[in-house]
Each structure stands twice: as C-alpha cells, then as structure tokens.
Design a protein around this ligand. Sequence first.
Ligand SMILES: [Zn+2]
Length: 479
Amino acid sequence: MNNPERNKFYITTPIYYVNDKPHIGSAYTTIAADCLARLHRQLGEEVHLLTGTAEHGNKIAQSAEAAGKDPQEFVNEVSAKFSLAWDTLGIAPDDFIRTSEERHVKAVIEFFKKLKESGKVYEDDYEGLYCIGCEAFKKESELVNGLCPLHNKAPEVVKERNWFFKLSDYGAILTEKIEDGELIIAPNSRRNEILSFIKQGLEDIAISRQNAKFAIPLPWDESQTIYVWLDELFNYCSAIGYESNKEQFNKFWPADIHVVGKDIIKFHCIIWPALLLAIGEKIPAKVFANGFLTVDGQKISKSLGNAIDPVELAQKYGSDAVRYFLLREIPFGQDGDVSEEKLKARYNGDLANGLGNLVSRLTNMVEKFLDGDIEQYIASPKDLSEVFNDFSSLNFSEGLNKIWAEIAWANQLIDKSKPWDLYKTDPAKVEELLINLVALLYDIAIKLAPIMPETADKIRKIIEADKIVKAEPLFAKIE
Ligand SMILES: [Zn+2]
C-alpha cells in the first residue's frame, strides 16, 4: 500500500536473541507482522516477510557457556527452536536470517567500509556504563538505583578505545524526516517520544567494542569488533541481498515497515535511519512499536515463573486461537495483560460459541432445508475494505471487533427468525435468509484469513463444496 507503483511490501520483525527459547512477547510481534504480510499478499502485492535470530555478542557467549555448549552449536539449536515455534504459530516468513550466516557477515563488512568512507566515523577513548543484558551503554539518568531497570543489574564500567559514529550530526535531518512523514513512527506516543529525545540533543555512539566475544571484526581495525546492535540492525539489508543480490535489494529496499517492540525504538527510529543516511541508502517508510505484555498483571520473568509458552498454547488451543486472542485482546501498540484464563474465555466465548456455533448451525440448516444446494457467492471487495483498512493500519482489535459484531448479529438473526418453525409456513423466506447468511459467512472468512488462516480456509472449503453439509465443530469447547 505504501508503494502502489512498485506493488511490493517489505515487512520485518526484530531478530531475536538466541539466548533463550521464544517467549510470548516475541511471538506477539511476529504474529502481528505475519498477519500484515498475509493481508498484503491477499491484496495482490509481492510481499517479503523477514524474521530471524541475532547470534552475536557476549550475552550469547555467556548463555552458551552456561549451557555447557560450543557457541555455534548453542545458537544452531536455539535458532531452530524459533523457526519451529513460528511454524507452530502459523507464521510463514519468506526468509529467516541468522546473523552468524556468511551472507550477513559479508554484507555487514561492506556496510562498515561504506560507513568509514562517509567521514562520519572517528576514534576516541570512552568510559561508560554497559549493560550486557541490553548490549548497550546506559546513561546515569537511565538507571534506577544504579541498576538497569530492564535487567535489575548494575551495568559494568567499561573504559576502552572505540570507534564512534557522529550521530550528533543527524538530529535536525531526522526531525525533518519524521515531521514530513518520510519516516512514520507509530503509535503517535512513540513518535512524540522519539522527537523529544532528539530535541534533547543526540550524542555520538560507539560502533565498535574491544574484547567482545563472538562478534564480527571491524574491517579496518582488527583489534575491535563491530558493536552487535549495529551488526543486527543491518540484517534488514543483508537478508535481501545488499552485498550479494543488488537486483533483489533494489526491488525491496526500503522496508515498508519494521514491526518492533517499544523498548528498541531508539535503535530503529534514530540510529538506524542515521546510519542509512550516512551510507547513502533510503530510510524505512515506517516503524511500528507494539507494547509490552504482562501475565496476570505481572511483568513476565523467568524468576517469577509466570512466563506462558506460546508454543504450548498453540498446541492446546490451535495456532489460530492464539493469533486471534493476542490481536483481539490488546489494541496493537498499547501495553496489555494476557493469561491462559483470558485466552480460554475468548476461545470458548468468541470462537466456540460465536463463530463456531454460527458455522455449525448454518451448515446444518442449509443441509436440512436446501438439501445442501446453494448458489456460489463471491465476496465483493467493497465489503472488505473497512476491516482491511483497520488491519493495514495495524488496528487489528478494531477490525476483529467489527467481524465479531457481524457474527453476533448473524447468530441473533437465526435465534429471532426461528427457521425451524418458519420453514413450515414460508420455506422461500428461509431460503432467502440462509443464502444471505452464507454470503455473510463467506465474507467473514475472507476478512479473517490474514489473522486466522486455517479457520478461514476451512470455512471457505465448506461453502465452496458442491454440497454443503453440517460442519464438524471448528472449535471444541475446553472446560
Ligand atoms: Zn539492561
């Protein structure tokens, strides 16, 4: 939609650290990106959905050591878990990049050579507070009681000679591009956060580290390694062929949207576009930040033992139910609370009693009263535009609210019309009612396809069959 003349849509998720298996937060971001990718495919665009894993840095070296494994063996295992988790959740990326792959490493080296040539890079001594959990330097003002608020750990004092990027040169141009809408940041609260952060004045950033393990050497100074965050950001370019396939790169770059968590927007909305401008590349069109999830009102943490496993939920309730729950429950972009109890309530209420019930009673009546014979109905695109507009602006919950209002209306109409009695006196009226309701259900299936692809497919097949027969329950109730 952002590039009608090119008819392409390049969408990315963050790449995830392979220090642990996928959690509900990374599943949430990736499901949303997959739904958006499916929507754009359905609209006939050439879509490229990229996800992957970040496999460099001290944190990963430490996790591998704790697991008693060789780092490469360790990252191979955890990366495979991510791939499998996304598959279980119905997520279908077009590419899965791993930062330990040669295609990535080669591209990052090219990128850094260009960055050096830009004249925006210099060497200096540096002393700062480094949180290994964040893999980032922290300002005193960002700490709470001397601890990193995200990791509850005191950062290390790091004093070393590093290479720096003149980020301080980019405040005015970034502000202009954000205000002009050349770089869209959503939701608006995040846009305001970035604009006010830039207003306080940007500081130059270290782009290399001394003595970092498991990282890419700096091409012009082998005593240093590339700061992992910058290596990782470049995955969005390396994956589509920055170094190896210019034709594909030119086709897909710039990204139409980076979907990220709100904790990493400074990297994506300030550092990343500034680096791209320095090397003469286009900047992404849009960065959308989702909020944080809590479980039963508590921050998700391993030590609290409240982490809920998205793969286990998908195995128990089905991937469509998990996708539906996460995108319906919380307006995308806001923080929200999840729990298995809430998922179960939506599963039994909205899915089994709502959509599932409509499908089974409607198909039952079409079989009984119309002998399963019904005219083919093809949805007109006009009927779909409102919900698809909600989805394309990542307003998933609003679009789903509209679909479920139609489901509730259809169920009520059946209750009120009492087709079982009406058929005895006015079979033509029942026929008209059922044809209209099947048409509505077909529309609903098309609208739901990006969010609940398996369910949508089942409903379409039921309606498109030569003869409609009473459908098996789509969602068996779970007590
Ligand atoms: Zn931290």
